[in-house]
Design a binder for this molecule. Structure first.
Ligand SMILES: [Zn+2]
Length: 151
């Protein structure tokens, strides 16, 4: 798993925010996969950050959240995104694509379900249809009155 996948969703979005608001004061590339830098924290503090892209758990930050723990913090992500903006872009694009696929799947299922219901209704007798319709109306009334109750 990469830095992004290992971070909590809260740390991820805070990291994006820190990156976009230029909280990374300075940074340098050590070698192909590691970066070092200084990142502005809240209340004027500055933290020393080290990011290892290939071995994310080896990343370090002097902030209280990450110090001496093997967790990914927002400062590491801010540094990572500053050094490799395309990593964030790629991730966001992937996430959008995934959400789009989910929506498409949802849409497809809902159309299928509607078709099934249509088929079922067409196969029913008129008296059965009337009975089902009245039951459905009663359920709708029930749902609407309980909604009203909780408002
Ligand atoms: Zn940190």
């Amino acid at each position: 798993m990469g830095l992004i996948e290992l971070a909590s969703s809260n740390s991820f979005w805070r990291g994006v925010d820190y990156y976009k608001s230029n909280k990374v004061i300075s940074w340098k590339k050590n070698d192909e996969d590691t970066y070092s830098g200084t990142v502005k924290g809240s209340n004027g503090k500055q933290y020393d950050v080290y990011v290892d892209v290939e071995h994310p758990r080896k990343s370090k930050c002097s902030c209280p959240f990450a110090e001496d723990k093997r967790v990914i913090c927002k400062h590491m992500l801010a540094l990572y995104f500053t050094a490799k903006p395309e990593a964030l872009e790629d991730y966001l694009t992937e996430m959008e694509e995934y959400e789009r696929q989910l929506e498409e799947e949802e849409e497809r299922r809902s159309i299928e379900h509607e078709q099934e219901l249509m088929k079922k209704a067409k196969s029913m007798s008129k008296s059965d249809l009337i009975e089902e319709l009245v039951l459905a109306w009663l359920r709708i009334e029930e749902i609407e009155s309980s909604r009203y109750y909780y408002e």
